[in-house]
Design a protein around this ligand. Structure first.
Ligand SMILES: [Zn+2]
Length: 314
């Protein structure tokens, strides 16, 4: 039983053939076509070429697949799957699910937000495995998440439940791209963190990116360390709120910034302990995600392979 898993982001397209145990048997990864002259159909044709290539490498025919699972950057209309990824300007209302249904007739094609797929992947085969109530988070260019309660993915009214990036952690804080103020994402997304550090006088050894910021923090640079504390604190506050609201067992933290280790997790834990005061909330464990960059594809495959837990739509 093999599923085709597709993970579509602003920087890369990743595809894999995934077996029923959640293992990637074959995978390919390329940069997402970008530039002002890139058209919607160019990206689609690139994707189709990649699909043919990964199936060929795996030695299987389209007809042998039991389904197709897709994680894609938001926003999107769900479950119909017209996607308008923020970081892929050429796709606005692109009917991705319909296109894939035509390409793979007769098998389920299921599509969800990429951060939700990461949360599902971590619950199914990663750091959240064995727990019924898990918040999976991704902290990178944006901050996203997905929510599993009672062992099942919670979709919400429009497929957006678990979107912790826009939980407010500081009403007086910086403006957010959503139009609000003081959202977790406005503070903890990598680019916002690097921007804050630059404003505090940080001059990184390379580009002012979150990756370089984390590296400088590891070397003890005081502003870089303060930036990590700022992100950790915002995450801890948001996680404490989510924990009280959802009565969680585990929070899995993934994405680039989660690789920063104790520099991020210590202030996170401290802020979490300061704000999670109800007895049931204190029990929650915040752990690093386990599946790395494969999490999104494992989760996308789970939409098909473990649909009874992760797919509620038609
Ligand atoms: Zn926001």
């Amino acid at each position: 039983m093999s599923v085709l898993a597709i993970d579509i982001g602003g920087t890369k397209l990743a595809l894999a053939v995934v077996d029923s145990g959640g293992r990637l048997t074959t995978s390919v990864r390329i940069p997402t076509p970008h530039g002002d002259d890139v058209e919607a159909e160019t990206i689609w044709r690139t994707l189709v070429t990649m699909v043919d290539r990964v199936l060929h490498s795996a030695g299987i025919l389209s007809g042998e697949l039991v389904g197709v699972g897709v994680g894609c950057g938001g926003p999107m209309s769900w479950p119909s799957g017209e996607v308008s990824p923020l970081n892929i300007p050429a796709w606005r209302g692109f009917p991705l699910r319909d296109r894939l249904v035509k390409r793979f007739p007769g098998v389920p094609v299921r599509l969800h937000n990429d951060a939700i797929c990461v949360a599902v992947g971590e619950h199914w085969r990663g750091a959240g495995r064995g727990w019924d109530n898990v918040l999976g988070m991704v902290v990178s260019t944006g901050v996203g998440g997905g929510l599993i309660l009672g062992g099942h993915l919670v979709d919400g009214a429009s497929g957006n439940a678990g979107h912790i990036g826009h939980v407010v952690v500081d009403p007086e804080g910086p403006m957010c791209k959503c139009g609000g103020r003081g959202c977790l994402e406005a503070i903890a997304r990598g680019p916002a963190l690097a921007e804050w550090a630059v404003a505090q006088g940080w001059q990184g050894s390379g580009e002012p990116t979150a990756v370089n910021l984390a590296a400088d923090a590891a070397r003890g640079h005081p502003v870089a360390c303060a930036a990590m504390r700022r992100a950790g604190r915002a995450l801890g506050i948001a996680i404490a709120s989510a924990t009280h609201l959802c009565d969680l067992d585990v929070v899995c933290l993934g994405g680039g910034l989660s690789q920063a280790g104790p520099l991020l997790f210590d202030p996170l834990e401290e802020a979490f302990r300061a704000h999670a005061r109800m007895d049931f909330a204190r029990e929650v464990r915040v752990v690093p995600a386990a599946l790395g960059q494969d999490a999104g594809m494992v989760g996308a495959a789970a939409l098909v392979l473990a649909g009874e837990r992760y797919w509620s739509a038609g």
